[in-house]
Design a protein around this ligand. Sequence first.
Ligand SMILES: C[S@@+](CC[C@H](N)C(=O)[O-])C[C@H]1O[C@@H](n2cnc3c(N)ncnc32)[C@H](O)[C@@H]1O
Length: 303
Amino acid sequence: MAVQIDKGTSARSRTRVRKNTLNDLSGRQWIKRTKSWLVCDSRRYHRNRDTELHPARYPEELVIEFVEFFTKADQWVLDPFAGTAATLVGAHETGRRSVGIELSANYAEMSRLRLREIGAADAHVLVGDAREVASERFWARELGTRAGCPSLGPEGLPQFDFLMTSPPYWNMLRKSRGGVESTHKQRAAGGLDTVYSDDHSDLGNLPDYDEFIEALGAIFDNCYRVLRDRAYMVVVVQNVRVPEGEVRPLAWDLQRRISRTFSFQGERIWCQDSKKLGIWGYPTVFVPNYHHHYCLIFRKRQG
Ligand SMILES: C[S@@+](CC[C@H](N)C(=O)[O-])C[C@H]1O[C@@H](n2cnc3c(N)ncnc32)[C@H](O)[C@@H]1O
């Protein structure tokens, strides 16, 4: 797509055409996706069985919003905390190719089933630890020279065009924050997963907040090495209120930590407008109903 830039006075001489090097959107579509908030609560998301089975998914529509902005068709997308593959499904639906890393073999298997059902041969789910994302051995073992996978660069690492992910929100799933009506308690009563796993490599099991931020930050430092120069990365997170009654600004702390390596480009706020309100603090204290998440946008610097 070419955008006409009219620089003013003598129109013919000063008009130049700039090529869109980032995505396949028209100018009109582009501008809509620069608004700093969006509501995203699709029907498909609420009806999807995986949304019920996995305790913390995001909608494919959220992925599509960003993947279409930060990539062109056929480019490669990585999600190092893939869950049940919303990123991979969104990437496939928009003609992008993708790889997801997920610690839980159970969620990985659910993802593979779903991807098979929709014929997404261009999406690959790897069972593994995101800590290994910059390990040559990991990629050689998992991808090697398999056809249809991203090729490995000179360092033995693939080079992705975009990364979109949502890591565990610290140990949020381990703590019920509400009364009998809390999602946590309802899920437990229904026999559904309330946590991802008991695996010690699951970042959601780290009890210490600072340690968690550092561990996650180190993973994103490593992700830097598997992204091509100037590639973008979107990390979806939320601030977290601990049951003891204080809010840990996880989104802001993580933004600061990741900015040691990446260049921070801004945020878009994903609003959930159809979530049930909980009457948590009434009638004595203010307790927010967190119905928004931060989509933190970073960019790799030039090498
Ligand atoms: C917030 S969920 C991601 C959900 C995903 N965006 C979706 O929509 O399905 C975080 C995921 O990270 C996984 N996880 C936790 N620690 C991990 C690790 N060290 N390596 C890879 N995955 C991990 C959890 O099992 C969980 O599925």
